[in-house]
Design a protein around this ligand. Structure first.
Ligand SMILES: [Zn+2]
Length: 138
């Protein structure tokens, strides 16, 4: 393990104040970089196991994987233009494509990280609610 990358406290350049909670945390760029670095280390440690893990992950999240791939391809080809701000809070950023339903891969909303998290929470809450209603109706 290389201790430097695994520091738990961000340096000044790596941190931001979370706009939603007001707490200090790693910037999104830094978190992505850390995740990548960890994946690279996992791969180096055991390439076969890493590929197997990736394969299983894709299998478990097949719809999600497929939806992201479709959107990624379209963005690459310029058929979908990623806006430079969040569609909800309009913060200037490189927004992520949010899916309400992975079986409709082109129904997306471009959201900043914070709004994307909130949107995913809404989807989960709505799903729980409809499951509850279904069980009450039965
Ligand atoms: Zn937003």
């Amino acid at each position: 393990m290389q201790g430097r990358i695994d520091r738990t406290l961000p340096t000044e350049g790596e941190m931001i104040v979370d706009p939603r909670t007001g707490r200090i945390r790693f910037s999104d760029e830094e978190r992505v970089a850390r995740r990548r670095a960890q994946a690279a280390r996992n791969y180096q440690r055991d390439p076969a196991a890493f590929r197997e893990y990736q394969r299983r992950f894709r299998e478990r999240h097949r719809d999600r994987y497929r939806a992201h791939k479709i959107v990624g391809k379209r963005i690459e080809r310029g058929q979908i233009i990623r806006p430079d701000q969040c569609e909800r809070c309009h913060v200037h950023c490189e927004p992520e494509a949010h899916h309400r339903d992975y079986s409709k891969p082109l129904e997306i909303e471009f959201l900043c990280r914070a709004c994307h998290k909130a949107a995913d929470r809404e989807v989960r809450a709505a799903r729980r609610e409809s499951a509850r209603e279904a069980s009450q109706a039965a």
